[in-house]
Design a binder for this molecule. Sequence first.
Ligand SMILES: [Zn+2]
Ligand SMILES: [Zn+2]
Length: 365
Amino acid sequence: MESKGKAAVMTAPNKDLEIVEYPLPKVERGCILVKITCCTICGSDLHTWLGRRSSPVPIILGHEIVGEILEMGEGVTYDSGDRKLQLGDRITWTIMDNCGKCYYCREKGLMMKCRHLKKYGHDSCANPPHFVGGFAEYCYIFPGTCVIKIPDQLQDEITAPANCSLSTVAAGLEAANLEPFENILIMGAGALGIYAAAMASRYGCRQIIVTDVLDHRLKFIRRFGATETINTRNLDEREVIEAVRELTDGFGVDVTMEVAGVPSLLPLGLKCLRVGGRFVEIGNSFPNATFSYDACDIVWRRLTIIGIHNYDTKHLQMGIDFFLTMTRDVFPFNDIVTHRVSLGNINEGMRIAESGKAIRIAVLP
Ligand SMILES: [Zn+2]
Ligand SMILES: [Zn+2]
């Protein structure tokens, strides 16, 4: 076996990632060493790379990862769906490694906010085991991570982006208590929006309205269950609200989900809700995304605002085990990865991601 592996390391924001070699770690009890076969570039990788949010350095970014089991520590037996794990199995895993014992893990059901949280693609890679992010040849999985064996019929490129985007959307729709026949407004037609539209259509929503400023994205998302799309580029706020009301018998939508990461969309999305509507905020996952709003409207119209950051292990399980497997022939998930780069060409991939041209870019070691 190789004794070293390559990783693309960020040493400072706005600087090209550098290919660095690290020694492969000794695999401890409960841990797994994975040979990465695919990692997709998430919007949050881009936020970190562009310095929109602070991060430790050096760091290996990338958390939408799939790979094959190369080595298993003592005590690793089953995945979180009780399927036996063996060398060579294709797996994916939650973005977080949580302790299962702290106040948030045990008492509040918020394992993604564990007090001893580790997150793949978010922590420094300076010390062993080094391989703690997806833009690399290997990844070292800690014992508190939920590992899922990938069903044979799901290709790597379909599964990788589901890891973060699909699971987060699943957590958001669950938190919003979305019900059949309800109307939803999805603000943003990137990967999160695509999964939200597809899931909402499986929930049995009546109107699935999507807004964005890019026509090609709006056209694309219609293939994932969106019933109506609105390009808001040249519309003022009042025109958008009117268009949404017209599509919902004059009431407004039951649920708005913001997945574009644009702070000014919060006031607009709140105004598009019916009385008693629920707003799910996912997109603005970097600091200083401020907005101003008339609190009286929230009170008088009985609105609810829910923030969703990451997800529970069950959402990854749901997303991959059930949703993708069940709907892979219904929606063209194969087309979500629009660009591919090798690990050595990752900087080109990051620039394509920045340009907004791609839905998802796969980094293939
Ligand atoms: Zn992500
Ligand atoms: Zn914990």
